[in-house]
Unconditional design. Structure first.
Length: 595
């Protein structure tokens, strides 16, 4: 079926159920950013393939809200669908909340699958409906009735994460979680987020492509815990480990009937738990909403994890440096395409010990395609990489000892002055944030301006955050740390930057129809000196691959910025050159030269 036919059939279903507006978000039952094939209902109904967006269908209209990373992509993919694009975050764009208030009739019905809507968002929809004397129907998965060949839920196997990588046994993690429960005088904690469950029990899986997690829920009590999971996924050694921790295994979907019997004080994260789950909890329970305590615990990497992360980044740096060498020496022939380059970076990573999969679908983008922040090359869009323009590669790897994310933009042959100027401005922003020194208590939104200032001085901005947290052999995007200046109260990326947090630093410039530039390194937050003013903090860079000097205008850099770049490149050479052949090492010497 065409998208227009799918929307038409959805409206027929809506009419059968007396529904005026139906919402289809991008999430799964666990509020995951990236989801398994079974959960891609918004993509199925709209044709938009980005990771973030909400489709809203009324009896007469259809709209899709997405953020600045996807404006160009969504505009292209929604053509001919009859779905209007709403560019979320822009001042002249109608907010989804206002759209619902305007289009939901008095006494009407607003519906969605309550398993894929967060409890917090569901409560907002509930208020909107109440203001219109309308009703909420949260138990309908109408897309499932239309999607005849819908993929099944994943049955991939899980596996244990050895303590030599995790640095902490599950028993210790559970003890820390229970201490937090006691602080809140709570008897029960419900955790829905897949990466938190994987971290807590030191298990990994393959239920979401690129994210080594397992579909599950867990309920923790003072003396025992329950893990809701398809136990056929678990090897015997994991079952034995869980049994020793007094963790009882129950079927995945039994979570909804289980919570009906909960009593006393239950801790919940309403931003990360689904609406139907929280709505199913016994009315006699005292529901207390807090950020799940594992969020912060997981984000603060221990010294074992950090040492593993450093090792993983050396291996990743070898692969990306070899990729740059290959690209610089072969692009002039004109026979490398975006898809070819994407396969090459994955092949080079696969040569590294402990590598097992990409951490996300690589963004391999030449020329104007790179202006789409989350572009994915396809057979239809697959551009040939030629001289005279920029090529951007945003990629990462999952290793047994760490998760990586790196972006480099390369000059292919000689490029014009505007491209060089824009590249150098992005570099200045990346260096500015990398060099930050700050007192403890600072949050990411306090520092975001350091990356944007060189661009803002020239009237340029980028419609995304500057950086995000990174998981440890988990999700490539991890809360609660990040860098972004637009932060709504109570939302993610508001955390104080704690020692041991790993955050990306990736400013950029995106000019539609022309070019895109992004330079990305990962930073570990570390303690610096402590004095009468308090505890100072700084960043340790753990990404090691050259920044293309062919695209830099040295005269635009300050002496301090040049000094930083020269020190960084000296470190890259020191760490990477010993793992290269002589010809590659000589080439690297040139591309890490002092300027």
């Amino acid at each position: 079926m065409k998208i227009t036919e799918r929307i038409s059939k959805l409206r027929q279903k809506m009419q059968e159920h007396g529904i005026d507006i139906y919402l289809i978000p991008s999430a799964d039952f666990h509020q995951s950013e990236y989801v398994g094939e079974y959960f891609k209902t918004r993509e199925y109904m709209s044709g938009f393939t980005g990771s973030a967006g909400t489709l809203v269908v009324t009896r007469e209209k259809a709209g899709l809200w997405t953020d600045g990373r996807y404006f160009i992509q969504a505009e292209n993919e929604l053509q001919g669908s009859g779905i209007e694009l709403f560019r979320d975050g822009l001042p002249d764009t109608q907010k989804l909340k206002d759209f619902l208030e305007e289009n939901l009739p008095q006494g009407g019905k607003l519906a969605f699958d309550g398993r894929v809507i967060s409890a917090r968002l569901g409560a907002e929809y509930q208020k909107t409906a109440a203001d219109k004397n309308a009703t909420i129907e949260a138990g309908l998965d109408l897309v499932d009735e239309l999607w005849v060949d819908r993929p099944p839920l994943s049955t991939e196997k899980a596996y244990p994460m050895d303590v030599r990588y995790s640095g902490e046994e599950s028993e210790s993690k559970l003890r820390r979680v229970r201490e937090k429960m006691q602080e809140h005088q709570a008897d029960t904690l419900i955790i829905s987020t897949l990466d938190d469950i994987a971290w807590l029990y030191n298990i990994r899986g393959n239920d979401i492509r690129y994210s080594p997690v397992v579909l599950s829920y867990t309920v923790i009590m003072n003396e025992k815990a329950y893990l809701f999971i398809d136990d056929q996924k678990l090897p015997q050694e994991v079952k034995q480990m869980l049994a020793s921790l007094k963790v009882e295994l129950l079927p995945y979907n039994d979570i909804y009937s289980f919570v009906k019997n909960l009593e006393r004080t239950v801790l919940l994260d309403d931003q990360r738990s689904n609406y139907l789950l929280i709505d199913s909890i016994s009315p006699s329970a005292n529901k207390k909403y807090v950020e799940c305590p594992t969020i912060l615990m997981k984000a603060i990497k221990n010294e074992v994890e950090l040492e593993n992360i450093r090792n993983a980044h050396v291996k990743d740096g070898i692969a990306v440096t070899r990729f740059m060498y290959w690209l610089k020496n072969n692009a002039a022939a004109g026979n490398i395409t975006e898809l070819c380059a994407e396969k090459k970076i994955e092949a080079l990573r696969a040569e590294q010990e402990g590598y097992f999969q990409p951490s996300f679908r690589s963004i391999s983008a030449y020329g104007a395609n790179a202006a789409m922040m989350h572009y994915s090359a396809s057979e239809a869009s697959n551009a040939t990489i030629k001289e005279g323009a920029l090529y951007l590669i945003d990629s990462g790897g999952q290793y047994c000892d760490g998760t990586t994310d790196i972006t480099r933009t390369y000059a292919i042959g000689e490029i014009n002055e505007e491209l060089k100027q824009h590249f150098t401005l992005v570099l200045k922003g990346m260096i500015g944030l990398s060099m930050a020194k700050f007192l403890y208590g600072v949050r990411g939104f306090n520092l975001d301006i350091l990356a944007r200032q060189p661009l803002w001085r020239h009237g340029i901005d980028y419609l995304s955050g500057t950086g995000h947290g990174i998981g440890f052999v988990l999700n490539v995007h991890e809360s609660p740390n990040g860098f972004r200046w637009r932060v709504a109260p109570g939302k993610v990326d508001e955390a104080v930057l704690e020692e041991g947090m790993v955050t990306t630093n990736e400013p950029g410039i995106y000019e539609a129809g022309s070019h895109g530039i992004r330079i990305e390194n990962e930073l570990i937050t570390r303690k610096a000196e402590q004095n009468k003013y308090g505890q100072f903090m700084e960043f340790e860079v753990v990404t090691f691959s050259p920044i293309d000097l062919d695209a830099v205008i040295p005269e635009l850099l300050t002496d301090e910025e040049k000094s930083y770049l020269n020190r960084y490149h000296a470190t890259v050479y020191e760490k990477i050159a010993p793992h290269l052949g002589k010809e590659e090492a000589d080439w690297l010497k040139y591309y890490t030269r002092s300027i």
